[in-house]
Design a binder for this molecule. Structure first.
Ligand code: ZN
Length: 425
């Protein structure tokens, strides 16, 4: 199938400065085949971009897709109280339908707000993976192993990793995972490390999220959570470390040498008052930092535009310097740098010939977009997820003019509401 995007104002996210180029984009199957002025070629479908902004879809480096039912549930609590008293007791009751439909709902929200790749971490992962497959989004699916029986079974991780990671063209990649240093015992963590090494894949884990976590691990093991994970071999494989708020300067020296990077989740960190990640310091040390939403329980929305705004604002306030971070750097974190954190930089994150066609069209016809003096600041400080008109993943148009082409949104809503009734009764 050949798809032609005509009359785009392209922000390809290549280079050090934001530049708008008037281009047509030819997509052949799942790849970008040609970028040029006035492409005139026989194709199966043409989308007229009407001079709207065309850019790479966002890469959400940390989320929990199946948590969509926790949107607005027991808000305004601290992390440990919220997790242990409100979230874990409901999660214990999850069945297949909860994992599948709740995740499908999150995938649709991501697609309609411009995210084309996400990195999930949860249990019940084989049902989540099915929702990812059916929705059409690209995802790293992280197979979370826990100390108790509710977690994924290692044998499934092996089965699914072999199926998806050996297929170079697959939209799905399988990572291993454990929840956090404070919720898993060392034997579980070692098992995950061995699994990741055996499967030649990465580990997705929460790290250094709260002061409570730092204190618990120091008290129990006499070292920081980062030192503790290093000593268990976690950083011998590629890692995505969600949060990274309370790193010491010696932790930074350890993190500098990892393959992978940090997922910064600013709204979750604000809502749970976990702290402010020192994004500037991490990036100055050459550490890759992507942006994630975390689950909807701790953010309410999976809209990456919101996360970009809060990323910029927090760094300005933390440093008391309006020049601490530039809007274009935040856009990079949400696209190509996020792709680097996931090890997918050769496939996605920019719009270039040969890369996978993960593309969004942003409607700039609204009065709010007049004028556009600076495209980067306009996208980060002004735009929001409902400005996304069309979302293309792997060359397939999943949403066009805000209508899902392959998913029945009402059916998904119906199932999520049924799940809520059963779980919250
Ligand atoms: Zn999380």
């Amino acid at each position: 199938m050949k798809l032609l995007l005509k009359n785009s104002r392209l922000l390809d996210m290549v280079g050090d400065l934001p530049e708008i180029k008037e281009r047509d984009i030819l997509i052949d199957e799942n790849k970008i085949a040609k970028i040029s002025e006035n492409i005139d070629e026989q194709v199966d479908k043409v989308i007229d971009c009407n001079k709207n902004i065309v850019m790479p879809g966002f890469v959400n480096t940390h989320t929990h897709l199946a948590m969509s039912i926790f949107r607005g549930y027991k808000d305004d609590k601290g992390l440990m109280d919220w997790l242990y008293n409100s979230i874990f007791p409901i999660e214990d009751k999850f069945i297949e339908d909860d994992f599948y439909w709740n995740s499908y709902g999150s995938c649709l929200e991501l697609i309609e707000t411009g995210t084309t790749t996400c990195n999930d971490m949860y249990f019940g992962t084989k049902y989540i993976l099915k929702a990812v497959e059916d929705s059409g989004i690209r995802s790293v699916v992280s197979w979370c192993i826990t100390d108790n029986s509710i977690g994924n079974k290692p044998v499934e991780t092996i089965e699914y990793s072999e199926k998806f990671n050996n297929d170079k063209d697959s939209r799905i990649k399988v990572f291993t995972s454990f929840h956090a240093p404070y919720t898993c015992n060392p034997d579980t963590i070692k098992l995950v490390v061995d699994l990741a090494k055996k499967l030649n894949t990465g580990i997705h884990v929460h790290l250094s999220e709260t002061e409570d976590e730092e204190n618990q691990i120091k008290e129990k093991y006499g070292k920081t959570p980062t030192e503790y994970l290093r000593d268990l071999g976690v950083f011998d494989v590629p890692v995505v470390l969600a949060h990274g708020i309370h790193f010491s300067s010696s932790d930074i020296e350890i993190i500098k040498n990892i393959t992978g990077g940090i997922s910064h989740n600013p709204i979750s960190n604000c809502k749970l008052a976990s702290g402010i990640c020192d994004v500037i310091n991490l990036r100055n040390n050459g550490i890759k930092v992507g942006i994630g939403t975390d689950g909807t329980g701790s953010t309410s929305t999976l809209d990456m535009f919101e996360e970009m705004k809060v990323t910029a604002y927090l760094q300005k306030i933390k440093n008391m310097n309006p020049e601490a971070i530039k809007a274009y750097d935040v856009l990079k974190m949400a696209t190509i740098e996020g792709a680097e954190v996931l090890g997918l930089q050769d496939e996605i994150g920019t719009i270039e010939v040969g890369k996978k066609a993960d593309i969004i069209i942003i409607d700039t016809s609204n009065i709010r977009f007049t004028p556009i003096n600076d495209i980067a600041t306009t996208l980060v400080y002004l735009a929001n997820g409902s400005d996304v008109l069309t979302t293309i993943v792997d060359g397939k148009v999943l949403m066009e003019n805000r209508k899902f082409l392959y998913s029945d949104e009402n059916l998904v809503k119906e199932h999520i509401n049924q799940n809520c009734k059963r779980l919250f009764k």
